[in-house]
Design a protein around this ligand. Structure first.
Ligand code: SF4
Ligand code: MSK
Length: 632
């Protein structure tokens, strides 16, 4: 059999071969069938914003069409397309945040959704100047939810959570007039400005994109994370296992896939229901085995240690094991391909969100008002499907890796308290981490996030980059599908400290952490923003001055474009492993990879080779150290 060579993960390779043997296609087959991608689209030079077009601008200056029918230049078309991608990502993360705010608004003592972390709720209420004395905790929660919901549509004022940024950073945003107002307004403004015949200035469009992206990272995403922690608990370190080897031959296997914890939290409760466990036994299974995929997996592993089945590129492979009774999905990053694929096996592919119905799937609407009952109904469907499993088609790879997950900012501080001896002022702070960076024991930190993309060998971009950086004493925080790649590759086990440089290895030993810290799902990149913001405030510098970098080695989604933009706009240099569709405009490329540094103190780098990217990141970190006068 031909060596597939799609992935550095042997489990993925094994299952890709099984797919081939069974004549079912995967994303890699469809990528191959796509042949050469459209050169215009690849460079961002195709515009179909109005019906006079589509217009395609020649990539060669002075040759072929240089303007669209309306007269839009390549610069304008590329910038408009990019701004719309940011608006797409911003809308997606923020709608997630809004849904969680609605769930908080319906939380009650005797309902399905309850307050799990009162302290975090009270802190947020205090931050938002909400009266807390002599009030019922649920009344406070409902008012917090209302204030959060108001952030989406308020007619006046800046987003509240931006206040958490260091003063220097807020001044940068103010100077450039990119402080966002209501979240929905920022999306609408981008859509309006990018309409035919509206904004035709590439630079201004990029500013609008930056402003909008801040409404994602410091707005919708941060609301999503904060309120999820209040409802479902602030993650704490816990053990889990990762990769498709977590599936069990003799149990009902259920995969939760998508993003919002309001569904998956209820599924976690439902699979523990005694009646459903009994039903599983009656259909001949030894139990119910729940595992996660993509960011839903990150949410439930961070809070419950639910096993990680795999990341984005592995979603089809879960079904191809032949051992999965149901894939239950809500929103985002779900391949429509799962519907026809599930029909080749016995798997039930169940959609639950009115926002993401998929032709060919079984749609069972998840009703938040009767959340647990809905979740139980969905789990029951999976159990009843166990009898349809075709044993001859089952192949569960053996490999899985142990991983430590659950490193919220609160949890990181808690771990750091282990090295604080007596100074009460330093307890519960990031001071020990700042000290390690100042002394040079740690050279810096990197946030590595994002998806899988068949343009890059699966997981290779993430893992090579992580290995190089930890070897050079750079601690890593990670989220999303990058985090799952790290978990599968064993970089989140405490033993992984042996791959780290001497300084990082010592810190890992003392603080009892792995060198790569799982900080959650894509919306939880807001945790990384807060971590960097707090470090900057401790050292009394802007975020852009810190020896801290970001990377999305295998990004693919509009959400990733929004994330990359808010990370850069927050002052953190960001490396992309996949070239974004902007190369058709030298002006836009120059803005993003050069001028952005003068505007917001950070810029994008594009480097598909993770080893080269690591070297560039190390150099940049050392430059920042030198500029800060930190030990060399
Ligand atoms: Fe063509 Fe202009 Fe219409 Fe775009 S907006 S399709 S460039 S005419
Ligand atoms: S799930 S956005 S593939 S990280 Fe958040 Fe993974 Fe990227 Fe989706």
């Amino acid at each position: 059999m031909e060596e597939k060579n799609y992935s550095i993960d042997p489990v993925t390779e094994e299952l890709a071969r099984k797919a081939e043997k069974e004549g079912v296609e995967t994303l890699w087959d469809r990528k191959k069938a796509m042949k050469t991608p459209c050169g215009f689209g690849e460079q961002g030079l195709c515009c179909r914003i109005c019906a006079m077009g589509p217009c395609r601008i020649s990539p060669t200056e002075g040759k072929g069409a240089q303007r669209g029918i309306c007269g839009a230049t390549a610069d304008v078309i590329v910038a408009r397309n990019l701004a719309r991608m940011i608006a797409g990502g911003l809308a997606t993360h923020s709608d997630h945040g809004r849904d969680i705010a609605h769930v908080l608004h319906m939380a009650s003592r005797d309902g399905n959704y309850k307050i799990t972390d009162e302290k975090k709720l009270l802190n947020l209420a205090a931050e938002w100047k909400i009266q807390t004395e002599n009030r019922d905790i649920y009344d406070i929660a409902h008012e917090v939810a209302e204030v959060a919901l108001n952030e989406f549509g308020k007619p006046f004022g800046a987003l509240k959570l931006l206040e958490r940024a260091p003063e220097q950073r807020k001044q940068v945003w103010e100077k450039n007039q990119i402080i966002p107002g209501a979240i929905d307004k920022e999306i609408v403004t981008i859509m309006h400005s990018t309409h035919i015949g509206c904004c035709a200035n590439a630079e201004d469009l990029i500013y609008k994109g930056m402003k909008g992206s801040l409404a994602d990272g410091w707005g919708g995403s941060m609301i999503g994370t904060e309120l999820s922690d209040i409802l479902f608990g602030v993650p704490v370190p816990r053990e889990t296992e990762a990769n498709l080897g977590v599936l069990e031959e003799d149990q009902v296997n259920i995969i939760v896939h998508g993003h919002e914890p309001s569904l998956s939290e209820m599924i976690v409760l439902a699979v523990e229901d005694p009646e459903l466990l009994q039903l599983a036994k009656e259909v001949g299974a030894k139990g119910i085995n729940l595992a996660g995929m993509c960011c839903t997996s990150n949410e439930v592993t961070m809070r419950h240690g639910i096993k990680i089945a795999g990341n984005f590129a592995q979603q089809e492979l879960a079904i191809i094991t032949g051992a999965v009774e149901a894939v239950i999905v809500d929103v985002q990053c779900i391949f429509p391909a799962l519907a026809p694929l599930a029909k080749c096996y016995h798997t039930k592919f169940i959609t639950t969100s009115p926002k993401a119905k998929i032709t060919g799937a079984t749609h069972i609407e998840f009703e938040e008002e009767k959340a647990l009952a809905s979740a139980k109904q969905i789990v029951k469907e999976a159990i009843l499907n166990f009898k349809n499993r075709n044993k001859e088609k089952v192949f569960i790879p053996q490999a899985k890796s142990p991983a430590m997950v659950g490193y919220s900012v609160e949890a990181i501080k808690n771990q750091l308290d282990r090295v604080v001896n007596s100074n009460i002022d330093e307890i519960g702070t990031l001071k020990p981490l700042a000290d390690c960076i100042v002394s040079g024991v740690l050279r810096g930190a990197a946030g590595i996030v994002g998806c899988n993309n068949p343009k890059i060998k699966h997981d290779y971009g993430h893992i090579e980059l992580m290995k190089e950086l930890i070897k050079n004493d750079i601690i890593i925080v990670t989220t999303g599908c990058a985090a799952q790649a790290a978990a599968k590759a064993g970089l989140m086990s405490k033993e992984a400290r042996k791959f780290a440089g001497k300084g990082l290895e010592r810190v890992c030993e003392l603080v009892d952490i792995p060198p790569v810290l799982h900080m959650g799902s894509c919306v939880d990149i807001s945790r990384i923003l807060l971590l960097v913001s707090e470090l900057a405030q401790l050292l009394q510098v802007d975020m852009s001055a810190l020896p801290v970098v970001g990377a999305a080695p295998e990004w693919m989604s509009e959400k990733a474009v929004s994330i990359g933009t808010y990370v850069v706009t927050s002052g953190i240099d960001t490396w992309l492993g996949v070239v974004p569709p902007v190369t058709g405009s030298a002006t836009v490329v120059d803005l993003l990879t050069n001028k952005a540094e003068d505007i917001v103190g950070a810029k994008f780098y594009v480097e598909p080779d993770p080893r080269k990217a690591a070297q560039q990141m190390i150099e940049r970190i050392e430059e920042k150290r030198e500029a800060l006068g930190l030990s060399l």
